[in-house]
Design a protein around this ligand. Sequence first.
Ligand SMILES: Nc1nc2c(c(=O)[nH]1)N[C@H]1C(S)=C(S)[C@@H](COP(=O)(O)O)O[C@H]1N2
Ligand SMILES: [Mo]
Length: 332
Amino acid sequence: MLIKRPQDIKASEITPESTFRQRRMLLKTALAMGLIKTADLSAQEDLIPLNQKESGNREEPFPENGRLNNLKPWPSNVSSEPTSFEDVTGYNNYYEFGTSKTDPASNAHTLETHPWTVTVEGEAEKTGTFALEDIIKGHTLEERIYRFRCVEAWSMVVPWVGFPLGDLLKRFEPTSQAKYVQFFTLNDSDQMPGVRYPVLRWPYREGLTIEEAMHPLTLLTVGLYGQVLPNQNGAPLRLIVPWKYGFKSIKSIVRIRFMDEQPQTSWNMANAREYGFYSNVNPDKSHPRWSQATERVLGGNIFSARVPTMLFNGYAEEVASLYTNLNLMTNY
Ligand SMILES: Nc1nc2c(c(=O)[nH]1)N[C@H]1C(S)=C(S)[C@@H](COP(=O)(O)O)O[C@H]1N2
Ligand SMILES: [Mo]
């Protein structure tokens, strides 16, 4: 991976944890208070694959003007100031458009996001190829301010817009064999200059356990800062898994596969010693080439404070129960 080694950390650069701790309302509390409800799936139409639809794929682009309105607030936001729109959309990792942090913002305009389809396959009752608009329709979009932590030891805070991935996955009726879910990015060298170079195995692919995929924090994301995702951030549909390193948050998803065995993931295929399947944010488990104990916060076009990294990126209260039987030092 093309990663610069973080500079040595001076003690004076470390912000006390007390000032950094997120004063979020915990998800458990929010759930207990009835502030978070899972979607009323009975109210949603059945998802009909495109080849069974008379109209075919003639949906208008979603949303027509690029603005995402009437967003449901999320009670569990990170309390720190969000990273600026310019930084969130100007400092990216999207290797299909180049390996430098500014390449995606310069190059991703060639990505065609309409029409867009997602193919669902594997261990589920309902499979097929679906229009993006049909997938989003019927879900209430929420704005969720999540901390986002890259494996390269930097982080940012982003107001994402999306809905829980699990609410969508349930509509495909996964079978009892569906123990994992794999995701694939578009792989088109006409639109994506970076896939001509074998820096990773294309298409970019990622995977989650079914429990991780169904967890209410896992956000199927369509926007940020109240507008549709800029191409460089993974338009039109990406994952955000806030307790895992950023590379799990796969962009521009075109295929979802329910599986009974652990799926291959691009970074693990590239270097299994450095990138495990779980990729949970863990300050105690160093990357072989650098520490994960602290992170630099992206801001003002430069990195400002260095702060301690928190287990599961600060979401331990919500997700630690997924891993009670897993050794996090060997399953990284
Ligand atoms: N398809 C695809 N998805 C991807 C990547 C990529 O190169 N290709 N990079 C990952 C990495 S390493 C990170 S840190 C995040 C960056 O997301 P952002 O650019 O929206 O901040 O996207 C992840 N998703
Ligand atoms: Mo990353």
